[in-house]
Design a protein around this ligand. Structure first.
Ligand code: ATP
Ligand code: LTN
Length: 332
């Protein structure tokens, strides 16, 4: 039987991915490539929705590829590619913009949050049309499954709606994808601001655990994480958002259940618990960071690998786009 298809994307908006990206999404990317036909995309066109410099976008795209490989994405098991090298994304993106209503696009919370942050007047039009490009990313590959963090749930719903609408108006064209969103760890919060998600482009300086930070810096950030009143280590997102976030992080990395961590650390105090979280995270990330640094030494290898990925992606993408145009009735 043919393998199920998985597709996901990540923006090259920073020199380093963070622990939220890893636990919320990338860890699942690595697991799913074992028994799925996997397409993973560095979505550089999405990253242009905020201010970018040419040198940075290049550097961060290569850094993203190196980190994905260091985390375990294998070019033998997955097709890893850069979005701007597959022009069909923009082409299908336009068709999706023509399927979406202005009202439904206006309800996307990521647009609302980010445009508020940058000021509605200076927010780019691309930030508004971003979810339709994301829908195209997914639908081009006829993906069955899209591993993402909780913040992307609404975009996946929109993708499903647009695909369904297109299929019912123009005939069966796209697979309707399912989101693959974990129950736990789908939202890792900022260590200094535990009510906000850990984020590459808008996180606090010391609240984001970066994969490429040194072990010393990351240990210090975890040990200085904001904690809550009291001293009992207990999972309670309302009363103890800081400690709950740290419990989620420890559990996702160590594999120990939250309740076993509560029994182990419950009455030991916050300091002891934070040191234990720091140890688990730092030792886990240490070899990953080193592998990424080693891979970044050979830029040509990374560029060639991404070209190979894009060549494979273009074949699938061109096939779907052709089918979409044909069903729409354009003259071939
Ligand atoms: P930006 O700040 O530039 O918007 P980001 O840090 O939110 O970036 P993305 O590139 O938008 O990261 O997302 C990559 C993947 O990581 C997505 O699947 C997203 O849902 C997931 N993700 C991002 N932040 C978190 C988080 N704090 N917790 C869990 N998953 C997350
Ligand atoms: N919007 C996503 C990134 C993204 C994506 C995708 C995720 C762009 N295209 C396709 C899954 C599938 C984000 O901001 N995290």
């Amino acid at each position: 039987m043919a393998k199920m298809r998985v597709l996901s994307g990540i923006q090259p908006t920073s020199d380093s991915f963070h622990l939220g990206n890893y636990l919320g999404a990338l860890k699942q990317w690595v697991e799913l490539q074992e028994d799925h036909d996997a397409f993973y995309c560095i979505v550089d066109l999405h990253a242009l929705t905020i201010e970018t410099e040419p040198a940075l976008i290049r550097k961060r795209t290569l850094a993203s590829a190196a980190q994905l490989m260091a985390l375990g994405i294998s070019s033998k098991k997955s097709t890893l590619f850069v979005q701007s090298q597959v022009p069909q994304h923009n082409q299908l993106g336009w068709l999706m913009e023509c399927m979406a209503g202005f009202g439904e696009a206006s309800r996307m919370t990521q647009f609302k949050d980010k445009s508020l942050k940058f000021g509605t007047d200076s927010a780019r039009v691309g930030l508004f049309t971003y979810p339709m490009l994301q829908a195209a990313d997914i639908l081009l590959y006829q993906a069955d499954c899209v591993p993402v963090g909780e913040d992307q749930r609404q975009h996946i719903e929109l993708t499903r709606d647009l695909a369904g609408r297109f299929n019912s108006r123009y005939g069966q064209t796209f697979t309707i994808p399912d989101g693959y969103i974990l129950k736990t760890a789908a939202k890792i919060n900022d260590l200094q601001e535990p009510s906000a998600k850990m984020s590459k482009s808008s996180g606090s300086e010391s609240g984001v655990i970066e994969i490429m930070d040194t072990p010393e810096v990351n240990a210090k950030k975890i040990k200085s994480a904001i904690t809550d009143a009291g001293n009992e280590v207990r999972f309670d997102e309302k009363e103890k958002p800081g400690i709950s976030n740290l419990l989620t992080i420890h559990s996702a990395i160590s594999g120990n259940s939250i309740s076993s961590l509560e029994s182990e650390f419950g009455d030991k105090g916050y300091g002891v618990f934070k040191s234990a979280v720091a140890d688990v995270v730092v030792e886990y990330l240490r070899p990953i960071r080193q592998r990424a640094l080693d891979l970044l030494e050979d830029e040509k290898f990374l560029v060639d690998l991404l070209h190979e990925g894009a060549a494979k992606a273009r074949i699938v993408a061109a096939h779907t786009l052709e089918k979409a145009y044909k069903n729409l009735g354009t003259v071939a």
